[in-house]
Write a protein that binds this ligand. Structure first.
Ligand code: B4P
Length: 192
């Protein structure tokens, strides 16, 4: 059976970086809501025009809009998948539970990448994306602490949460993630 995994963690934790590796190795769909929103902005679509300012300021895009994007993609894909950047708050977590129940595709693991704030700021400022100025990065970290981090408890209560140290080289982190997902197949123990 292919894996169905949510990757959680603050901005700059390396969710996108690690999902690309995992998806390539395991033949999984990598669904990044951030990438999909940036693609809409780049295409200057009607949707892109709506979300451009929101993303540039580091705020979260509306829940219904993001859910519509995820629903479309998952509905077309019955095999394994990695959700990167979604859910981002408790409303999106509840929406995802309902969507996966509708699709008959229960989540197997919510994997949280852990990185110190100092390292996150350094990574994001050196990446230099247009929403990576210091003020916007600090705002995104505050929104993460207020709205996204609390959803770890949602997954912990269901016995689905796994935590992985996101510090170290990209290859070291990838090995830790792989080991954590492999352990998961043999045990339902939550390790955070
Ligand atoms: P995202 O695209 O999700 O961006 P992110 O959290 O900044 O990136 P990520 O954690 O994936 O880090 P990455 O691998 O790139 O969100 C952007 C915006 O989109 C949000 O602010 C919001 O406006 C909107 N949005 C997205 N999803 C939404 C939702 N569900 N609801 C509402 N709004 C939503 O790594 C970062 C950097 O670190 C890279 O330069 C990378 O090379 C480097 N790096 C990675 N691993 C490293 C390692 N081990 N060591 C050193 N550097 C490393």
């Amino acid at each position: 059976m292919r894996e169905r995994v949510v990757i959680l963690g603050p901005p700059g934790a390396g969710k996108g970086t690690q999902c690309k590796l995992l998806a390539a190795a395991g033949g999984l769909l990598h669904l990044s809501t951030g990438d999909l929103l940036r693609a809409e902005v780049a295409a200057e679509s009607t949707l892109g025009q709506q979300v451009k300012a929101v993303v540039a300021q580091g705020d979260l895009v509306g829940d219904d809009l993001v859910l519509a994007i995820v629903r479309n993609r998952l509905g077309m894909h019955q095999e394994g998948w990695l959700l990167d950047g979604f859910p981002r708050n408790s409303t999106q977590a509840a929406m995802l539970d309902d969507l996966l129940a509708d699709l008959g595709q229960p989540l197997q693991v919510a994997l949280q990448l852990q990185v110190s704030e100092e390292e996150l700021v350094a990574r994001l400022l050196s990446r230099g994306r247009s929403d990576d100025s210091e003020a916007v990065v600090r705002k995104r970290l505050q929104i993460y602490a207020r709205q996204t981090e609390p959803i770890n408890a949602h997954y912990q209560a269901r016995g689905l949460l796994k935590c992985v140290d996101g510090l170290g080289s990209i290859e070291e982190v990838a090995t830790r993630i792989r080991n954590s997902l492999d352990e998961r197949k043999h045990s339902r123990e939550t390790t955070c």
